[in-house]
Design a protein around this ligand. Structure first.
Ligand SMILES: NC(=O)c1ccc[n+]([C@@H]2O[C@H](COP(=O)([O-])OP(=O)(O)OC[C@H]3O[C@@H](n4cnc5c(N)ncnc54)[C@H](OP(=O)(O)O)[C@@H]3O)[C@@H](O)[C@H]2O)c1
Length: 277
């Protein structure tokens, strides 16, 4: 059972599960609002899934600064509703969390055992979700922290860069945030592998390697053969409402956690498949 099934990751989880011979059940937001505990209970009881993958979330990072209450309701107690209902049916919960639970002050990869310290409302809401899932799932859960997602199923950074690079001669992109771009076409099969062979607790699963948004934009433009110049800029000059971690490279210290291909391979696969406009 996949919640948030019409989202960017949710769509690829459905595809990956079907490709693996499973029978995924799609629950987009119009069919299930995860902040409605009674509805989550009723539908989970009715469908009796083996595994629930919670891809539903309030994902507007800047919007969450003004709507923290709304973001927390979905990403915190909402995630808890999903885990509690799954546990009541004996199902395993796979919940997706984020690199934004860290403050970004480290300069070596964040491991599962590193302390969390979110700086944004979105990060706080995602941490609330991790705690709610851990509390509600009776030990039958995997919390998968990932980062910088891009994929065919939704608006994403590489698609935006491609559109802008076709319109402009010059683009300025921040070079003072470093992370792990992650192709949802690579993350989704890893989630399916975890559904089949579960690991309890928190795991880090993100694209291999690391880069800044500036480097990622440069790779998009060069892969597309465009002549637009990409220039490095600063986060401060951009003036976005939500603070972002300056460094949020994720690596796993836990045995058996699926490793994803390097982000450049993810980007190449994404662009080969045809970027949605
Ligand atoms: N995107 C990233 O860079 C990134 C990085 C790290 C972790 N993550 C996590 O990865 C997961 C998937 O994100 P994504 O990138 O696929 O985001 P997305 O495309 O925004 O998908 C999230 C989906 O959840 C739905 N949703 C929102 N509120 C809901 C509610 N109350 N009940 C049920 N569904 C609801 C949204 O529906 P509407 O569109 O109708 O609102 C949307 O279809 C999320 O947990 C996110 O926090 C994302």
């Amino acid at each position: 059972m996949v919640t948030g099934a019409a989202g960017m990751l949710g769509r690829d989880v459905l595809t990956a599960a079907a490709a693996a011979g499973l029978e995924p059940i799609a629950l987009p937001r119009v069919e299930l609002d995860i902040s409605d505990a009674a509805a989550v209970d009723a539908i989970t009881r009715e469908l009796a899934p083996d595994v629930v993958v919670n891809c539903a979330a309030f994902t507007d990072v800047d919007g969450a600064e003004e709507k923290e209450h709304q973001a927390v309701a979905v990403n915190g107690p909402g995630a808890g509703n999903v885990a509690r209902a799954a546990a009541a049916q004996g199902a395993w919960t796979i919940h997706i969390s984020s690199d934004y639970v860290f403050d970004g002050a480290k300069r070596s990869p964040y491991l599962e055992s590193d302390p969390t310290a979110p700086e944004s409302a979105y990060g706080r809401s995602k941490l609330a979700g991790e705690l709610a899932v851990a509390r509600s799932a009776s030990g039958r859960h995997t919390i998968v922290r990932s980062a910088w997602l891009f994929g065919a199923g939704g608006p994403c950074f590489p698609a935006t860069i491609l559109r802008l690079a076709r319109q402009r001669e010059e683009l300025t992109v921040v070079d003072d945030q470093v992370g792990c771009p992650t192709f949802t076409g690579h993350l989704a099969p890893a989630l399916v592998a975890l559904a089949r062979d579960p690991i309890e607790g928190i795991v880090h699963v993100a694209g291999g390697g690391r880069c800044s948004w500036y480097e990622l934009a440069g790779e998009v433009v060069s892969n597309a053969g465009l002549s637009c110049h990409v220039l490095p800029g600063s986060t401060a000059a951009l003036g976005r409402p939500a603070p972002r971690p300056a460094y949020s490279v994720l690596r796993s210290e836990r045995p058996g956690v699926p490793e994803l291909p390097p982000w450049r391979e993810g980007l190449a696969a994404f662009m080969e498949a045809g970027v949605p406009s």
